[in-house]
Design a protein around this ligand. Structure first.
Ligand code: COA
Length: 354
């Protein structure tokens, strides 16, 4: 058996791969054509097809990280399943990469999933106990639960967290786009630093929300690296120009947030460049984040806070259905001054009634 690299969608074997791919995985586990194109552009992504003589027997797509490789998709030609090709491909693959191999399988719920678990154990994989969810490939779906399997031994907590962060940021980072009529909400990248600086240096933006105006492109780059890289933080990109012009994010109990949250709560934050104020763009983005919170992330209550006097921000909350909840006096803002902060709340029940 030999392996042949497929490195773009014009390769002769691409269509054969694609036919097997679309029939082997449920739609929510499949990349769109656009996402596949993005993956081909990443230097640590590989799609390998396996041929016996000239017959296509299957493929493995994987990501090469420092200490391990992650198999994102693996399938054997449906016509020759059950003849030992899966084990042969895995053996060839393990020998060729010579690193720990990580992959995911469905939770055990029926005979098929049990048989799959047995197959991987027979091929030298260990089951990991982490409560693991694979991020979404497509809009309208929720992250799905999977079991992590590894060669050599189960992963330590530290190793698992490193894998999960690479899965979220590197493997799936280029896929996590949310869209609205006029906007794309996507993760920030360091190459956005110039646009970010252009809008975030304006003293009309940061201080009223509690953060300092950006001081240079380099400062904006640091903010992208250290703050805007948090999960569920999105650049607000205008479809018409493809430029990031603002930022929105969902914060949870374990991230920087202002509201006093219970389990299952979240808080939304936002800003947009001054030239774009008053066009209803942030309400449009926030409405999409509310779908994400309530429909996709199983959030029960969403908070939003604003400092006294920020009537523009309060208008956004009113328009998106948030209701005034309470006021906190004498709060020290992240800039160090004392402020009054008002909180509004939207529950899933109220949102459903809208
Ligand atoms: C608050 C903010 C995000 C609103 O975004 P937006 O996309 O302009 O939202 P909207 O278009 O719905 O406008 C909201 C309100 O701003 C006011 N507004 C609109 N255009 C304006 C303009 N050109 N100048 C000043 N205020 C304006 C209006 O009161 C409007 O409400 P209305 O539609 O009932 O008239 C934006 O003003 C901003 O980035 N402010 C600085 C950062 C900030 O305050 N973030 C929130 C922290 S809690």
């Amino acid at each position: 058996m030999k392996s042949v690299l497929i490195d773009n969608s014009n390769c002769t074997l691409y269509k054969t791969f694609k036919d097997l791919y679309t029939t082997s995985f449920p739609i929510f586990e499949q990349r769109t054509n656009e996402q596949q194109k993005n993956a081909f552009e990443k230097e640590n992504y590989y799609l390998i097809s396996y041929l016996d003589e000239d017959r296509f027997v299957g493929f493995i797509s994987y990501w090469d990280f420092n200490t391990y490789v992650y198999i994102e998709h693996f399938a054997v030609n449906t016509e020759i399943r059950g003849k030992g090709y899966g084990s042969k491909i895995l053996e060839l693959f393990k020998n060729s990469v010579n690193k720990t191999v990580i992959l995911e399988i469905d939770p055990i719920k029926d005979e098929i999933s049990k048989a799959r678990l047995r197959f991987y154990i027979k091929n030298g994989f260990y089951e990991n106990i982490y409560n693991h969810h694979h991020p979404v490939y497509r809009e309208g779906f929720k992250p799905h639960e999977l079991i992590v399997m590894t060669t050599e031994r189960p992963l330590s907590v530290k190793e698992y967290l490193e894998f999960k962060s690479n899965l979220d940021e590197v493997v799936m980072g280029c896929y996590q786009y949310l869209t609205t009529q006029r906007l794309i909400l996507r993760p920030w990248t360091e190459s956005d630093a110039e646009s970010l600086y252009k809008y975030a240096k304006d003293p009309a933006i940061g201080p009223i929300a509690g953060w300092p105006p950006h001081t240079s492109v380099e400062n904006s780059k640091d903010v992208i690296r250290n703050i805007l890289s948090a999960p569920e933080t999105y650049a607000v990109v205008l479809k018409e120009t493809n430029e990031p012009i603002g930022s929105v994010g969902i914060m949870f109990g374990d991230s920087v947030h202002s509201a006093d949250m219970k389990e299952g709560d979240a808080e939304i934050g936002y800003w947009i460049g001054v030239p774009y104020w008053g066009q209803g763009l942030i309400p449009e983005a926030v409405n999409r984040l509310l779908v994400r919170c309530f429909d996709e992330l199983d959030t029960k209550r969403v908070w939003c806070g604003y400092y006294d006097g920020n009537t523009k921000s309060r208008r956004v909350m009113d328009k998106c259905g948030f209701k005034y909840h309470h006021t906190e006096e004498g709060k020290i803002s992240p800039l160090g001054d004392e402020r009054t902060e008002h909180f509004t709340l939207l529950t899933k029940d109220d949102w459903n009634k809208k």
